[in-house]
Design a protein around this ligand. Sequence first.
Ligand code: NAD
Length: 296
Amino acid sequence: MTDTPTTYALIDGRKVSGEIKSEISAKVHERKLSGKKVPHLAIILVGDDGASQTYVDHKVKSCKEVGFHYTMMRFADTISEEKLIKHIDHVNDDEDVDGFIVQLPLPAHISVERITEKIRSDKDVDGFTNHNFGSITSKNPLLLPATPYGVIELLRRYNIPTEGKHCVVVGASRIVGAPLSMMLAEQGHATVTLCHKYTQNLAEYTSKADILITAVGKPGLITADMVKEGAVVIDVGTTRVEGPQFKNGYAIKGDVDFKPVAAKASYITPVPGGVGPMTIASLLLNTLHATEKRNP
Ligand code: NAD
């Protein structure tokens, strides 16, 4: 295997996320000085899934960093769907709460779609509701899906143009790939190809991408022979791989075979430290936007 040359540029999501948090923190400070409402994020966590707990801890820590108020609500995984909906209604009606998320996944007996749709769309800072999904194509979308928003913001802050470029998105889920492809076309003016598990001969599409974005959750899916020389490669994939060779017994892997792909890329995101921190930054940005809209 070739060593990674230094010709590519690493897209540092941690750094950009830190910059966004500083900007948000300054805005919160200004709002406080002028007597305006401080953004308030409410988080619902059901069950004791370790990964979900870690994500929620990061979100709480980030709220503290930027000076947001937050409310953390935990429920046992035995909670019924109806009871959970009652709590959601309560948060919807709480005028002090500006942004509101229900951490996924939920236990199997609870419908993710039903729960997501119960969240008031003007408080839906994950951007998961049908209303916010649909508003991507409107002139003034309010709350964009957080991970796609983070990807677009990374490209923007690294001055990577999308207009007229061929963007290939691999993975077409409702929370990442599908909305991202719409945002790249609508706001980024890109030509977009959306690939998924039924796509035949994936490499035929990925190898034509100026900007290749993968959000699948299969480590090693994107190999160097599937990538065009000089492409921008964004890896949203986040898979926990266990093994004795890793410190702590596991490692977080993206979809991209990093070293060989980096050798061909002009820009590439690492995993971890690429898109992941941007999702939290987008959540905070959405909470600030929701607050500004409700309490200018
Ligand atoms: P999902 O399981 O809902 O969707 C996966 C998508 O990949 C589907 O559209 C499926 O058709 C497609 N797919 C599956 N196998 C494929 C293959 N062999 N070739 C091409 N496409 C294939 O997953 P998701 O919720 O969209 O998440 C995708 C990945 O992104 C996961 O690893 C997840 O952990 C990660 N993720 C990361 C962040 C972050 O903040 N970094 C946020 C959300 C999701």
